[in-house]
Design a protein around this ligand. Structure first.
Ligand SMILES: Cc1cc2nc3c(=O)[nH]c(=O)nc-3n(C[C@H](O)[C@H](O)[C@H](O)COP(=O)(O)O)c2cc1C
Length: 176
């Protein structure tokens, strides 16, 4: 349901239908879909157009299990058909924002192809270095996010704040 009503817009439908998915069907995610998600990541906006990133795709079950062992907050990575890993180049001033933009584009591109995924924290977690080493990524990069993905087996619908409580027009005013 759109607050402005009117005709269906596919891009908006993709954004509105996305939910974090942590349980996946066994079916693999096709290479075309994976490559499209990567390509959409590559097209994300970046400060000064620096594109300070590196995108990993992990499908090897042993490696997925090893990542899941490190990321205790996301054990479900072990059972995902695929996991994307977004790394940022630490010397780029806005690498965190840039890589978050790219992560969103991966998630939305996957959603457009019917593939569910879940953003998994990287940057602030104590496993960043271990994941980087596990994947042989050069030291100048740091893990920003992990995105396990697959066709949804189960979808959790998270409760969202209402728009009026989290927005303002022109100047913020306290409620009486
Ligand atoms: C920066 C960030 C880190 C997150 N880390 C995790 C995580 O480590 N494990 C997890 O299960 N979900 C993680 N999530 C997913 C959130 O729990 C989820 O987005 C939130 O509950 C809202 O649900 P929705 O994505 O379905 O809208 C993360 C999301 C973001 C944006």
């Amino acid at each position: 349901m759109s607050p402005i009503g009117g005709t269906v817009n596919l891009g908006i439908t993709v954004i509105r239908s996305r939910h974090s998915v942590r349980k996946y069907k066994d079916s693999p995610v096709g290479e075309k879909t994976i490559r499209d998600a990567l390509d959409c990541a590559r097209l994300a906006p970046t400060a000064r157009n620096e594109q300070p990133w590196l995108f990993g795709v992990i499908q090897n079950r042993e490696t997925l299990r090893a990542i899941a062992d490190l990321a205790a907050n996301a054990r479900f990575i072990a059972d995902a058909p695929v996991c994307f890993a977004v790394f940022g180049k630490k010397d780029a001033k806005y690498y965190l924002e840039d890589c978050c933009a790219a992560t969103t584009q991966i998630i939305l591109a996957l959603q457009a192809w019917g593939v569910g995924s879940c953003w998994v924290a990287g940057e602030k977690k104590d496993y960043v270095e271990d994941v980087r080493r596990l994947l042989d990524v050069p030291e100048e990069y740091t893990l920003v996010s992990l995105v396990p993905a697959g066709y949804p087996e189960e979808i959790d619908i998270a409760k969202k704040k209402i728009l009026d409580d989290v927005s303002f027009f022109e100047r913020y005013e306290e409620e009486d």
